[in-house]
Each structure stands twice: as C-alpha cells, then as structure tokens.
Design a protein around this ligand. Structure first.
Ligand SMILES: Nc1nc2c(c(=O)[nH]1)N[C@H]1C(S)=C(S)[C@@H](COP(=O)(O)O)O[C@H]1N2
Ligand SMILES: [Mo]
Length: 199
C-alpha cells in the first residue's frame, strides 16, 4: 500500500491503474491447486473437443505442437486477490483449435487431468481471448503451474485458466464447474469483482 495519499500523489501509478478492484500486485508466481499435481507424460497427453456425445477434434502432443503458436503477454488476476502484470506465455489460440468446429453450442466446460473443470461462454473463448499455453517466461510450463499445458483466459479470474487441461465439452447451456459449484461466480469478471455466486 502506498503511504502517500492519492490526493498528494495525484494519479495512481501506472501499475496500480492496471489492477482490478480489491487486487494487489505480486511479483512472485503463487501456486494455487485444489489437489495434487497430476504428472502427464507427453505420450499419453491429448486434447479433445467434444459436444457431449461425439469427439469432434483430437490432438496428441505432436500434432498439437505442430499448430501455429503465439506469444501472449497479459496481466493475470487471482480471486484470492493477487495480480501479476505482464506475464509472458507461449501457446495455441483457441481460435486455431476451433477453426473448423461448426457448432451452435454457446458454452464450454474445460476439463483437466485430475478432474478439475471450469465453465466458460464460447464468446469468451474465441476472438483472441483464450489460449492453451505450454510455456511461461520462455521455459516449458512447470507441472505445478499446469504443465504440460494449461488454459489461459486472462480477462477472467485466474481460476478459469484450467491447469493440466485436456479438452473442452461444448454445451447448449451454462453449467458450473469445480469452483463455480463451490460458490465462486459463474462468470468471474475481475473488473466487476465477480468473486462469488451471490454477487
Ligand atoms: N486443474 C486445475 N486448474 C486450476 C486450479 C486447480 O486447482 N486445478 N486452480 C485455479 C486457480 S484458483 C488459480 S488462481 C490458478 C493458479 O494457477 P497457478 O498455480 O499457476 O498460479 O489456476 C487455476 N487453475
Ligand atoms: Mo485462484
């Protein structure tokens, strides 16, 4: 917390201005996992897209890593109130993964190794808003941070960024995932402070 009052300091610092309400800055990278870290070998890793009855797309690690990648620099905001600015990732855009998936289903449940789930509207998944990231700060993503690969959807609270992600299931209606079932907000916009389901 700044000691100097806003009145004297004038404006908030550039870093503070990037903080959603109720968040503080951290420069470390805390680990938040609901359970043990699953260890997934690359030869049995896969990512699938299904519609609840049929698998529409499937990649193994090799075919996934042949897809075009992007470097992503974004701010991340955990609902436990830490935010980290300018984090740098490498990953595959969901726009690439969904390129030839024809669907009118408007929601998705992301699924992880270790059984974590989190729900998202498809409108938040497309249009350069979500990636499957496999590198952080230029190095392979560490297992405790979701390696081999995790979802990165930085415009929502970081619980939506499912670690150890293994696919998504398209759904006609929104449905709560793991934390959303335990009282966290169904959508989770940090700028609107949508932390809990009663907000
Ligand atoms: N599979 C899985 N993904 C997860 C979680 C989890 O427990 N399991 N925790 C979520 C929460 S609450 C946060 S804040 C971020 C934390 O990511 P980090 O441990 O890399 O900081 O992962 C999210 N993704
Ligand atoms: Mo979190």
């Amino acid at each position: 917390m700044a000691i100097i009052s806003r009145g004297f300091a004038g404006r908030r610092s550039a870093a503070e201005a990037k903080l959603p309400p109720g968040q503080y800055l951290t420069s470390d990278f805390p680990v938040l996992s609901a359970g043990p870290t699953p260890h997934i070998s690359l030869d049995r890793w896969e990512f699938t897209i299904d519609d609840g009855s049929n698998v529409l797309k499937r990649w193994d690690w090799k075919s996934f890593r042949e897809l075009p990648t992007e470097t992503i620099t974004v701010d991340i905001h955990c609902v436990t109130r830490w935010s980290k600015l300018g984090t740098s990732w490498e990953g595959v855009s969901l726009d690439v993964l969904l390129a030839d998936v024809k669907t009118d289903l408007s929601y998705a449940m992301f699924r992880s190794y270790g059984d974590y789930t989190t729900n998202l509207p498809m409108k938040d998944v497309i249009n350069k808003q979500a990636w499957i990231a496999f590198k952080f700060d230029g190095a392979d993503l560490a297992p405790e941070h979701g390696g081999p690969a995790r979802l990165l959807v930085p415009h929502l609270y970081f619980w939506k960024s499912a670690k150890w992600v293994k696919g998504l299931t398209l759904m006609p209606q929104d449905k709560p995932g793991f934390w959303e079932n335990l009282g966290y907000h169904i959508y989770g916009d940090p700028w609107l402070e949508q932390r809990y389901s009663d907000q």
